[in-house]
Design a protein around this ligand. Sequence first.
Ligand code: ADP
Ligand code: MG
Length: 694
Amino acid sequence: MRPEALFDYFADIERLPGIGKRNRQAIEKLAGTRTRDLLFHLPTGLIDRRYSPKVADAVAGSVATLRVEVVEHRPSHNRRAPYRVICRDETADLTLVFFNARADYLRKQLPEGEARLISGKVEHYQDNVQITHPDYMVAPENEADLPAVETIYPLTAGLSGKVLRKAIIAGLESVPSLPEWHDAALMNREGWPTMLQALETLHKPDGPGALAPSSKARRRLAADELLASQLALAIVRDRTRKKRGRALKGNGHIQERILGALTYSLTGDQKTALSEVIADLESARAMLRLMQGDVGSGKTVVALLAMAAAVEAGVQCALLAPTEILANQHLETITPLAEAAGLRIALLTGRSKGKARQAVLEPLAAGEIDILIGTHALIQGDVEFKDLGFAIIDEQHRFGVQQRLALAGKATAGVDVLGMTATPIPRTLTLTAYGDLDVSRIMEKPPGRLPVDTRVVALDRIADVASGIQRAVQAGARAYWVCPLVEESEQLDIAAAEERFASLKGMFGPRVGLVHGKMKGPEKDAVMAQFQKGEISVLVSTTVIEVGVNVPEATIMVIEHAERFGLAQLHQLRGRVGRGSGKSSCILLRTNEIGEVARARLKIMRESEDGFLIAEEDLRLRGGGEILGTRQSGLPEFKLVDFAEHADLIELARDDARLIINKDPELKGERGQALRHLLYLFERDEGVRLMQSG
Ligand code: ADP
Ligand code: MG
């Protein structure tokens, strides 16, 4: 149960002043609809309105707050001319300029003869001092309505800074302070404020210094977010470690047959990874390992060999994949090798129904299937193994802790779990993403891969690109065409892809196909299969072409609006080509007007194919904020951490989390109780649930 002190933090923002249905929706897109979401929406800058000179002294271009008397309204004589209001102080006149003004409104706001505080950007125009559309016009008795230092927030259509600011300030007042979860010695050493004080400092700053990433308030909040995440990871790790492992020792006879059936030999990195995994299998401790390797680095074969070792030791294995496409692909890669080695394998997905499903479940329970490959369907309640001993979770970050536990729960006598991922994570972030896992990295590509020729092309040359592809297709090539992310709305993504599909159809006729996320499984697979067989030459898609999809004959990858993608994602998409023996190319179509950072990011793509390097550089260029297109990659998102600036806090949080779990593994003590608040507040409460479920 969520601690009571947090109820107000999770209360809906609709109770805050000024929040109606419309702007609630806008805020939802921006931050979320709970009060905590709003409080964690930090300002990115501020406007200092404390400069209040006499009118004659006001420096052009600066933001100033001027104390004046309203002298005279001069309505406009025609639509194009502005409405002017003349004001003055003892030194000079100040002209306020309004376009498309509503006279009645202005007359009410600025009655002639009365004093007003006017704040806005000062302009000098033909010897006049003027302010166009002042930000504030308040009566002296309402001076409190005029913020001396005004925060600037990231906004979205339909939401004004004023509304957001007001709601956030009210939100701050609506929540109680929470018990301190940080170590007292650390708090003293750093001189940190409480969390609530830190939020107040950032939302009501007294100057630009307060918002700097190095400020105490920013560091405190970053430390909160990092500790929540490290603690959740430490809890999972602790529970796994305490579980009994099984010493699974194979004799090598199945592995030998698989190796004999391979048409290539393993790379050095593959061999190392395999021996690390096998050492974990043989040890009586539970495995806690992640195999990280770029797309196409050959993880699947290592996974198969490790499973073979487990089967030799007499247990069954499961290979869990996040999507049907990936599960099918594992099946295809593995089947010929498994057959050669006499391994019995089966596939179970959401589409296995009725008799087909029974035909898997019965032999599985009887121990007549050695390796079960599947999707989420594999963790359902009625799926029973005779003796599950080893489970591999592909793209493991796409599964929640509960799902991982459910899979482990299918084992009667303990299970070793190996995670796999193709998402390259910068070294500095491995800890934040995975905690203290053992990691096997496959960096080396299988031999014989040709580099992919990557080019960045402006979108206005799209017609040239299309006709280039047409020529290549006539010569037998196959191409992917990925359509852009539109504002994180899947619906709009699909519309963009459909439009592109329609326009390319004019050119390619029946040789172009379309896949997107809303298509039904069989429909999607049918198109993929056509592309695989070469009945379709150009495959238009949203980003549904999953990590790991393998069509070695495809040699061209076009990515529209490449600047909108995370670099890790671009890297993974590009990894779809360059898999066969043909020379491949990747065309990054960029928008015509492009910023400096975006340009630099695309340059990295052009110059490197090293996923880890790309990830590091992306992090360096983008600093904090959304790393690696985290939203797409499924890695945890951080709102309050700036990874370039707060790197030292990552290890601090890791060490602290370890200490906490050693001292008080159930979070029962006083600090433990406070830490439960932290986990819930940052929605890492899976960790807490895990403790309760034992
Ligand atoms: P990943 O799962 O890491 O993306 P895969 O396991 O799907 O990569 O491997 C990609 C392709 O490379 C497969 O077709 C596989 O047969 C092939 N492959 C794997 N290891 C090697 C190797 N050592 N030498 C040559 N080809 C390999
Ligand atoms: Mg694979």
